[in-house]
Design a protein around this ligand. Structure first.
Ligand code: ZN
Length: 285
């Protein structure tokens, strides 16, 4: 049986905490449109369940996620999609830059912003790889915890693109570190990610689940509405510091890059695929 036949996202609730687990382990949880909407379904379930106070996002298998699907058999880049996060029209038959602009606005940028506004605390529980598009899934959570073997990377400059769509890099780390992170496109260890302030805690791999559950439990004892208001207060502050405007401004550059690559190379990601990208990350630390 192909793993694609099972649910792409697993959902469990225990003691007031919902755990949402991406489930494409064979493809390192690469994010296609189907997985995106399955994630959104799971988040909606958690929002609507009064018994849920805190949400944990995790990945099944060896890695949290390898990012956007750029080459598995389940890649669904040509297909239609629902419009939940935006009011864009269907993109499928749109030529030139239009189709990809619309698709990424909904599936990547729109969805991440929608998830950032979930009115309950969210915790990304990262192990193994958290690469490119996966950073966006983690960054739009409120807290990020990681095992000591986790690593983070945004290698998309190799594709000719100035970073992933949800361009929070200069907010997740200071601007000079963000330049290093992007210019080199190398792995950043969990330890360094902690030192630069991108993640909250680093735990030994065998303790990751238990320590994350403990943290979620402690948060879940707080009053629901106060948690929602606190989250909103800090998100509003980040937007006033420029997060929202930075992402909007960079989205234009991002699509200039996609269009440039499509005009000068074989496709909008500069002819790169999952294999070439994985190879480029090997041996770097
Ligand atoms: Zn893109």
């Amino acid at each position: 049986m192909s793993e694609e036949e099972g649910p792409l996202v697993r959902y469990e609730v225990a003691d007031g905490v919902a755990t949402v687990t991406m489930h494409r382990p064979r493809y390192r949880n690469a994010q296609n449109a189907k997985l995106t909407y399955a994630l959104d379904d799971a988040y909606l379930k958690a929002i609507n369940d009064d018994a849920v106070k805190v949400i944990i996002l995790a990945g099944e298998g060896k890695h949290f996620s390898a990012g956007h699907d750029i080459g598995t058999p389940g890649r669904d880049i040509e297909g239609p999609f629902e419009r939940r996060a935006t009011n864009w029209y269907d993109h499928v038959d749109r030529p030139g830059a239009e189709g990809i602009f619309v698709r990424e606005q909904e599936l990547f940028l729109g969805m991440c912003r929608r998830w950032r506004e979930i009115p309950k605390p969210t915790i990304a529980r990262v192990h193994g790889a958290c690469v490119a598009g996966a950073l966006m899934l983690a960054w739009c959570c409120d807290l990020i915890v990681a095992s000591d073997d986790a690593f983070f990377a945004d290698p998309v400059v190799r594709m000719g693109i100035p970073g992933v769509e949800y361009f929070a890099h200069p907010f997740e780390m200071n601007p000079r570190i963000a330049k290093e992170f992007l210019f080199l496109g190398e792995r950043m260890s969990a330890q360094r990610a902690h030192e630069v302030g991108m993640i909250n805690r680093v735990f030994p791999r065998p303790e990751l689940e238990e320590k994350t559950a403990d943290m979620a439990q402690r948060i879940s004892k707080m009053p629901r509405f106060a948690l929602a208001l606190t989250k909103k207060a800090i998100n509003q502050a980040e937007d006033r510091m420029g997060l929202r405007d930075t992402i909007d401004a960079t989205y234009g550059l991002h699509h200039l890059a996609h269009a440039h690559s499509a005009l000068t190379k074989t496709d909008h990601i500069g002819g790169m695929d999952a294999k070439k990208m994985a190879k480029s990350l090997k041996g770097e630390s």
